[in-house]
Design a protein around this ligand. Structure first.
Ligand SMILES: [Zn+2]
Ligand SMILES: [Zn+2]
Length: 195
């Protein structure tokens, strides 16, 4: 399964059925997503329960997924401001990018995904990072510095909070950190949530 905006592992795809199964829309056997919370005109709200849709049907737009993004809440009607983290005045995003995003799986998260944006585009979801990944991806091994650069102000406290007084290197925290990369400028950003 190849997506422009989702380059993380398939385990991180929300509603993905873990074995290949028969698509309720086209009848082919392939990787399928549960349609209970999907956007689709193929089935009405009551019929959707227990139905699945395959990768090809997703890419053809037979169904799609809403996404909570920094630009706004995206559904078949476009972007709208629902939460504080949605922009008041998002930039005009080309229709083909909105369509691509609707045809992208949601991320498995503890609460609700927040898809990050940069350079007037949705960012590419890369997967989750642990503390060691910040050290290994940083220049000169300063994992804390990289974390602070990638993370919005309201979420910055995680690193220092997770560090014991005696510890120099952070080895564990209670959160899941989601990493995104800009398609245009390659900058890394991320956010986290926990159970
Ligand atoms: Zn199908
Ligand atoms: Zn950028």
């Amino acid at each position: 399964m190849d997506y422009i905006y989702f380059k993380g592992p398939s385990e991180d795809m929300s509603d993905l059925v873990d074995i290949k199964t028969t698509c309720s829309i086209c009848g082919k056997i392939d990787n399928c997503f549960e349609l209970d919370y999907a956007l689709t005109n193929e089935f009405n709200q009551n019929e959707k329960e227990g139905k699945v849709g395959c990768y090809a049907c997703l890419r053809e737009g037979k169904f799609g997924f809403w996404h909570d993004t920094e630009f706004g809440m995206l559904d078949e009607n476009g972007l709208s401001k629902v939460y504080n983290h949605n922009m008041d005045n998002p930039p005009a995003i080309p229709q083909d990018l909105l369509k691509e995003m609707l045809r992208t799986p949601r991320i498995v998260t503890w609460n609700q995904e927040l898809w990050l944006t940069h350079c007037n585009d949705f960012m590419i979801y890369k997967g989750t990072w642990e503390q060691k990944d910040f050290y290994s991806n940083s220049q000169n091994g300063n994992g804390r510095k990289l974390f602070l650069e990638m993370t919005n102000e309201d979420l910055l406290h995680l690193w220092d909070e997770s560090l014991d007084e005696e510890q120099e290197k952070l080895v564990e925290w209670h959160a899941t950190y989601y990493v995104f990369q800009c398609r245009q400028c390659n900058i890394l950003r991320g956010n986290w949530d926990c159970d």
